[in-house]
Design a protein around this ligand. Sequence first.
Ligand code: GLN
Length: 188
Amino acid sequence: MRIGVLALQGAFAEHIQKLQALGTETFEIRQRSDISEPFDGLVLPGGESTVIKKLLIELHLLEPLREMIRNGLPVLATCAGMILLAKEIEGGEDGCFQTMDITVKRNAYGRQLGSFRCIELFDGKPIEMPFIRAPYVTKAGNDVEILAEHDGNIVGVRQRNQLALAFHPELTEDDTVYRIFLQMIAQS
Ligand code: GLN
């Protein structure tokens, strides 16, 4: 099993550590040639979604990755990654991949005091959730499963091959999210 981690900007190194600790082979996606060999899963990390989107376009990565996601490649997207997958962004900003039937609100907890940690249920299990200038989901389509909420807002969703979280599981000791992602890959 080989997992590609988008490594253009943001918090990708911690995802690689997490996946490697679970015995998974990973590689960094930095340019078009990095995705010429087949792979089994994709991680879209947190960071600044506008910067990541700009780089995806410039490096000609957006179209081929979108096609792979549409064709069922399992994806784990966190924070900015969730914004990249969303079909719509509140306020009319254009989306990026737009493969997931959700609407997100960027910087939903405010820009200044927007970072905090809490414990919430994820797929029924309590886990630690660090939020860093995070988005949340304001609308989800009928076939989008809601896996986590915080303060009545949706912060974890799955739609078929796509798992998207508003928080940063790579910044905790817990690996629940990664185990679920690896299961999705095994079953795909
Ligand atoms: N605020 C960032 C954005 O809108 C996301 C922050 C993060 O990924 N930690 O892209």
